[in-house]
Design a protein. Structure first.
Lengths: 298, 432
């Protein structure tokens, strides 16, 4: 009886101690999510007091919308460029920082982290300056190639430019995660490999990479998730163009909700975005876990 | 017991008094959102101070509307959150149509003193363009920026030509200019190649209004645009683009550096040029002129071609109390009934107030003497047509860009096909 009472007391205390987080989740996550799902089935226009229930009409419209389809494919285009660039670059930065003497490591890793703190709007303005028709870069290209690429006016180049901009912004942050991962690899593993006469290349592929699996896992999930939330860069540089090549989910959600005031439809697109994100992350997780299992990670 | 009851009643009485006294002292409180730029905010703050000095019963709380990411989005969110102001400025026709359709703003012509204000502010002609399809007026226009086009007159002089007025004259100048300066362009303007919905305010619409002599583009859900004029505008841009005279790319300060000699120009550009390029003198180095008109036809003899106006004004939100709206209306009437305040607005902001008598009223004579570059804008105000008055304005402008203007610039469609595609796309928007 006393034990039962103690257990009950412990349970109450547990609920009490976790209540701030539970309350936060309820107010800022669960309630808005439920409300968002409800709004997605209405024609609410943000300013009217009434909302009419319209069933799946918004979803049917979204599935047939060329902008939603464009956003779907643009996300994977950005993902392909971003992952291909950010993984080697951030890992390279982490290895570089790791090779510095201990007293400089902190300072240098913070320096690489700084772009992550810079506002995307400011970065976009700088990129716009660098890529304008008369910029020194384009002047040089004109002299060497006799031609200036239309960086933001070409559907392929615009995707690459924005993909690389986000790479620049995130590389330092992801490098920090890789750097922390590198710190956790026991030195004995490298010493044993040295005794066995393993080359640096072999040590990298057979020790460093497998031992960084938890860091890879974290970075990949974060990077994939980020691709579904791109907004500032295309908003500032291309407004989704040319020919919707850089049109993202968030641009459509913003445009429908705050320019067209079609919040019901905007919520529908947001739900489709969340579902696509969820499915993609599940698939990426499965792939990562299969890769991890091959190295003995569970 | 009796004593206690007296004490309680006394306490309740004091509390009630404490709650009511500040309200009486404050009177009617009006929240008044202005454009986010410092100059308009300063104008309205000053005006509110002057107004409150003579109207102590009304407290006007002036706040600059945030632009995160746009002032429209901020206002919509405030309305949805139940924190809308009593009055909001910087509202254009399309956005007002959206708000009016949802019942979020009130018709101003139903308020006392509307006709008197229109008369006092000399807006009888200008206000006509602001009437909504339901016959009401929901916006009190504050300023109008007619879209004109700047020309490098020093270069034109060098080429031995006058400021072009017609399409053929523009093409002629372009050919001469690019023959002499093959690395430059007639117009280097990023917006020509961009999809943003409001970019069509700076290219297609000024020329359409001029070519159609102001034929309304829409009447409610009906496309009433002048087909011939729209096709002519598309053809003009198609020809310029095909000849390589246009550069739809970002070139900083292309016009002040003579990299290009022609561009759309709102009055907001002029102070920046004056500050950064003082050697570029108005009248000597450049002028602003109305949009060009088609070469043939009766329009060629028109002195003042119509153009598009980036014009905005105030609305009263339905969310607040009737008393608050009445107080805000009193404030607006008080400020705008005095021409001196319009002069102060022009001096402080460099934007021109919506008045029919701007170029003839002697009060503004000294102002225009000091700002000769704004005379052309003032003269164009009666001929400047504000944005489309439709709640789906953004979709409509996007359709014009995506189906018409951009394919024309990229040489992907014929003018006839582009215009037909625009009309079909707008038809689909109306059918939704």
């Amino acid at each position: 009886m006393v034990k039962q009472k103690l257990m009950l007391g412990g349970e109450v205390r547990g609920w009490f101690l976790t209540s701030p987080y539970l309350l936060y989740t309820l107010v800022f996550f669960i309630l808005p999510l439920v409300q968002g799902i409800y709004i997605a089935f209405t024609n609410w226009d943000l300013v009217s007091t009434g909302k009419e229930f319209i069933g799946f009409a918004n979803f049917i419209k979204a599935f047939g919308s060329k902008k939603v389809i464009a956003a779907f494919f643009a996300t994977y285009k950005f993902m392909a460029i971003f992952l291909a660039a950010v993984m080697p670059i951030s890992l390279g930065i982490a290895l570089l920082v790791n090779s510095f003497p201990s007293r400089f490591k902190g300072l240098i890793s913070v320096a690489f982290f700084l772009p992550f703190l810079v506002s995307s709007v400011a970065t976009s303005l700088v990129v716009r300056g660098v890529l304008n028709y008369t910029s020194p870069l384009n002047h040089l290209l004109r002299q060497v190639l006799g031609y200036v690429p239309n960086w933001l006016g070409d559907p392929i180049l615009a995707v690459i430019v924005i993909g690389l901009m986000i790479t620049w912004k995130c590389s330092g942050y992801y490098a920090l995660i890789f750097f922390c991962g590198l710190q956790t690899i026991p030195k004995e593993l490298y010493e044993a490999a040295d005794i066995d006469g393993a080359s640096n290349q072999k040590k990298f592929w057979n020790i460093t990479i497998p031992m960084l699996y938890p860091a890879f896992y974290t970075v990949m999930i974060m990077a994939v998730g980020l691709m579904f939330h791109i907004f500032s860069e295309p908003y500032m540089l291309t407004d989704g163009g040319p020919k919707l090549s850089t049109y993202t989910w968030f641009l459509e959600i913003y445009y429908q909700s705050f320019t067209n005031a079609k919040v019901g439809y905007g919520s529908t697109v947001a739900i489709l975005n969340a579902m696509t994100t969820f499915i993609t992350i599940i698939l990426v997780r499965k792939l990562l876990e299969r890769w991890g299992k091959a190295y003995g990670w569970e | 017991m009796k004593k206690s009851l007296i004490y309680i009643l006394l306490l309740v009485g004091i509390l009630l008094l404490a709650l009511t006294v500040p309200a009486c002292a404050e009177g009617q409180k009006v929240t008044f959102w202005t454009l986010p730029d410092p100059e308009p905010a300063a104008f309205w703050t000053d005006s509110a101070k002057d107004f409150m000095a003579v109207n102590p019963g009304i407290q006007v709380d002036v706040r600059a509307i945030a632009e995160a990411p746009t002032s429209e989005a901020v206002l919509l969110t405030a309305i949805a959150g139940g924190t809308a102001p009593t009055a909001a400025g910087g509202i254009f026709n399309g956005f007002a149509a959206q708000l009016a359709e949802a019942g979020a703003i009130v018709p101003l012509d139903s308020l006392p003193g509307w006709d008197e204000l229109i008369k006092n502010r000399s807006m009888k002609e200008a206000i006509k363009a602001w009437q909504f399809p339901d016959g009401h007026f929901y916006i009190l226009p504050i300023y109008s920026n007619p879209m004109l086009f700047s020309w490098r007159t020093d270069v034109l002089k060098e080429l031995g030509v006058d400021t072009p007025r017609t399409y053929s004259q523009v093409s002629e100048v372009a050919a001469k200019f690019m023959e002499k300066y093959p690395d430059n362009f007639l117009m280097a303007y990023k917006r020509l190649g961009s999809t943003s919905w409001y970019y069509r305010w700076y290219d297609f619409f000024p020329l359409y209004e001029a070519a159609s002599d102001g034929q309304p583009f829409l009447m409610g859900n009906e496309i009433t645009a002048d087909d011939k004029a729209a096709i002519e505008v598309f053809k003009f841009f198609a020809d310029l683009s095909a000849a390589g005279y246009l550069l739809p790319r970002d070139v900083p300060d292309a016009f002040p550096t003579k990299f290009s000699i022609w561009r759309p120009c709102g009055p907001w550009e002029l102070p920046r040029w004056a500050e950064s390029f003082p050697e570029m003198e108005y009248g000597e180095s450049f002028v602003v002129a109305p949009p060009p008109i088609p070469t043939l036809g009766s329009l060629a003899s028109i002195q003042h071609p119509k153009t598009f106006a980036d014009a905005k004004g105030y609305v009263l939100l339905a969310q607040g109390s009737k008393e608050d709206r009445e107080a805000a209306w009193e404030f607006l009437k008080w400020v705008l009934s005095k021409p001196e305040n319009d002069l102060k607005w022009a001096e402080m902001t460099g934007m021109l107030p919506v008045r029919d008598d701007l170029s003839t009223n002697t009060l503004f004579k000294e102002f225009f003497k000091q700002h000769p570059e704004l005379i052309a804008y003032a003269e164009s105000i009666p001929y400047a047509i504000p944005a489309l008055m439709h709640s789906r304005y953004a979709d409509i402008y996007l359709a014009i860009g995506e189906e018409g203007f951009l394919p024309i610039i990229n040489g992907e469609k014929t003018p006839e096909q582009a215009w037909q595609d625009v009309k079909d796309a707008i038809g689909r928007i109306f059918a939704e």
